[in-house]
Design a protein around this ligand. Structure first.
Ligand code: CA
Length: 264
């Protein structure tokens, strides 16, 4: 049974969500402020499979909570509830480490779909992580359509390039003995781009295919993720050699980065 933590100060909404999620078979806990959420997740180390996190909370807001979780090394999937008509919230949410967002007010069915989307990805990652240790590197990340549903095919789910290895299953990037943790959606975005190496992919396509967002989302949200990913995978993030900007279109991943190593 998957456990969901709802962080929401509007009691009606929190209880309504609890009722509906429990009816769907989830184990649900609610907490009314950010400090309470951090206490549960970090101090008490309670395990949840998804956190539904409202932005507007008394005291520490949702951005702060998400950022604190990531800083503390908690990579629990976070679905952020933002205010409609505030695209800057979406940007800030992603920036602070949220995996997905939903503007309020929302349809219950959409919330349920988003939660199960995050769980599906997580389960799939966990399953892969359990299957076999580091063998073949570079099982060219299989491409996935639609951003949902498990991919079949076992074996090591890693991709190596330029002295770095992305381990999609473990949500890790390994480089020079250093291991970086990736959030679920950072790994998903990398997987999508790596699976289309050499091709230009538009921001809109990324939002639709990786996040499953079809509404009018500010596509700058993607740029935030790209900035983060560049910090992880590029030797010089300001002069990317792998994760390239395609002017007027979006981004392109290239594994072979030419021979500029050490220059400059
Ligand atoms: Ca609120």
């Amino acid at each position: 049974m998957s456990a969901v933590l709802i962080v929401e100060d509007e009691k009606h909404l929190a209880e309504g969500l609890r009722f509906n999620l429990e009816a769907e078979g989830y184990e649900v806990e609610t907490v009314a402020d950010g400090e309470g959420a951090l206490a549960l997740l970090l101090a008490e180390r309670r395990r949840f499979d998804v956190v539904v996190l409202d932005v507007m909370l008394p005291g520490a807001n949702g951005f702060h909570v998400a950022a604190e979780l990531r800083r503390a090394g908690s990579f629990v999937p976070v679905l952020m509830l933002t205010a409609r008509g505030r695209p800057e919230d979406v940007l800030r949410g992603f920036e602070s480490g949220a995996d997905d967002y939903l503007p309020k007010p929302f349809e219950l069915a959409v919330l349920l779909a988003r939660i199960s989307g995050l769980l599906r990805r997580r389960e799939w990652f966990n399953r892969e992580a359990g299957a076999g240790e580091a063998s073949a590197v570079n099982t060219a990340a299989e491409t996935r359509r639609g951003g949902a549903g498990p991919t079949e095919g076992g074996g090591a789910d890693t991709f190596a390039f330029g002295g770095k290895t992305i381990d999609f299953a473990a949500l890790e990037l390994r480089t020079d003995g250093r291991t970086l943790r990736l959030t679920l959606m950072e790994a998903e975005l990398l997987r999508y781009l790596v699976g289309r190496a050499g091709q230009a992919v538009s921001r809109k396509t990324l939002l639709e295919e990786v996040w499953g967002l079809h509404e009018d989302t500010d596509t700058r949200a993607i740029d935030n993720f790209i900035v983060r990913l560049r910090k992880y995978i590029e030797d010089e993030p300001s002069r990317p050699r792998h994760l390239l900007t395609v002017r007027g279109v979006g981004y392109r991943f290239v594994a072979e980065a030419g021979d500029r190593e050490g220059s400059g």
